[in-house]
Design a protein around this ligand. Structure first.
Ligand code: ADP
Ligand code: MG
Length: 403
């Protein structure tokens, strides 16, 4: 099965004097009502700048949080419009709009001129967004002459602004294409999916093996070596009869994990598990810690980070790789005493002579915390979308933009 070619801004044609609907993923973390981290906003700026230079008027739209189909004062997008205005540094001032379908919104969009930027209210204030409702999409469609999607983080959702809206646009002869961020994500992750340079090593970690079972299942057919840290390693260790103390184990996943082991053996893929771990009674800042063998954790302790011998062993695997995919921290990296393992692995990947991609909100936070974001080839903004893409699953928001 060969995926079609993704249409991009290069196929958009002349948009001067027209209105472009731009779906962005500005679903940023908020603290006390202001934007705590604007990386997702910054990531959309190349597309915004390019469309403005091409003299289009832009109608931006995003979801923010989980308002579940009703307006929610704390989740209004004005704060996003203001944050974008700040980042555009005088190039444009972003107008905050209301919901689609309202006369004031339609009038305000009608008054936009070339290079102007406006932002719709939170798409998820309307239940039609998550329901992929064509009537809601119709109200979005009447605001624009063309559709651009730069919201890779939402591309795995069959939601109105992601799927049925571009469908409507195409059906009425209007273009629907990918923005530069979405294009880059599909190119980079596509390179991991189709013919990565080998050895291809996946470094997996994070909180729950159940979140990532389908990813592991899919990756096992594609990679040469998987190394696993984080809490999810303990379900694998427990499945082999190791004593893991009070570490997080998902008992109901032990059978799945054994299945993964069997597949790996059949495919000749190696799975590396922790040799030693940093253990403590609980994840807290001033608790007593000890480094113990990963298969002999005392009954009253839990593993909260990979130990130094494991960092060394994983680093050796990583050093031989030509392609590295990393998802999931190696320990409770938010707490300094349990952050060494994650930092060690981040450094190992950063200094490897490999094409390196990191995905996942917490993993990217760990890379930034270590000051290593410049040493990775790609920080995927996708989260769930990146993982589904790497599993080889078609994403509704991407498929609709392919020829
Ligand atoms: P990502 O956001 O990169 O996909 P996850 O959300 O899957 O990563 O996992 C991140 C979380 O996993 C972090 O909050 C971290 O504290 C937790 N975690 C990692 N290792 C452990 C562990 N050994 N015990 C408990 N929690 C852990
Ligand atoms: Mg996370």
């Amino acid at each position: 099965m060969r995926a079609g070619r993704l249409r991009t801004l290069d196929q958009l044609g002349d948009v001067a004097g027209t209105r472009v609907f731009l779906r962005v993923d500005f679903n940023v973390p908020l603290t006390d009502g202001s934007v705590a981290d604007d990386s997702r906003i910054v990531a959309a700026i190349p597309t915004i700048d390019e469309l403005r230079e091409r003299r289009a008027a832009l109608v931006l739209a995003s979801h923010l949080g989980r308002p579940k189909g009703v307006p929610w004062d704390d989740l209004r997008t004005r704060v996003l419009a203001d944050a974008l205005t700040e980042r555009l540094a005088g190039r444009a001032s972003v107008l905050a709009l209301g919901m689609p379908g309202h006369t004031e919104t339609i009038d305000a969009v009608g008054r936009l001129g070339p290079g102007d930027v406006a932002m719709l209210e939170n798409l998820r204030f309307d239940p039609g967004e998550e329901a992929n409702d064509p009537r809601f999409a119709g109200r979005l469609a009447e605001l624009a002459d063309a559709y651009v999607n730069d919201a890779f983080g939402a591309a795995h959702r069959a939601h109105a602004s992601v799927e049925v809206l571009p469908e409507l646009m195409l059906a009425s002869g209007r273009p629907a294409v990918a923005g530069r961020l979405l294009q880059k994500e599909v190119e980079v992750l596509g390179r991991l999916l189709h013919g990565p340079e080998r050895p291809y090593v996946a470094v997996l970690g994070g909180a729950k093996v159940s979140d990532k079972l389908s990813v592991i299942d899919a990756l096992i057919h594609r990679v040469d070596h998987v190394v696993i840290g984080g809490a999810m390693a303990f379900t694998l260790l427990a499945a082999e009869g190791a004593s893991v103390g009070r570490s997080k184990v998902e008992d109901d996943r032990v059978e799945d994990v054994r299945g993964i082991r069997r597949t790996a053996e059949a495919e000749g893929v190696r799975i590396g598990l922790p040799i030693d771990v940093v253990a403590a009674a609980e994840p807290s800042l001033d608790v007593a810690r000890m480094t113990v063998p990963a298969r002999e954790i005392p009954d009253d302790l839990m593993g909260l980070d990979i130990g130094p011998a494991t960092v060394e062993a994983f680093a050796r695997v990583i050093a031989d790789a030509k392609t590295v995919l990393w998802n999931g921290p190696m320990g409770v990296f938010e707490l300094e005493p349990f952050s060494e393992g994650t930092r060690g692995i981040a450094l190992a990947i950063a200094s490897a002579n490999a094409y390196s991609v990191v995905g996942g909100g917490d993993s990217i936070a760990a890379v930034r915390q270590a000051g290593l974001e410049g040493s990775f080839d790609h920080l995927s903004t996708g989260g769930g979308a990146s993982l589904e893409f790497l599993e080889g699953r078609p994403l509704p928001g991407v498929t609709i933009l392919e020829d």
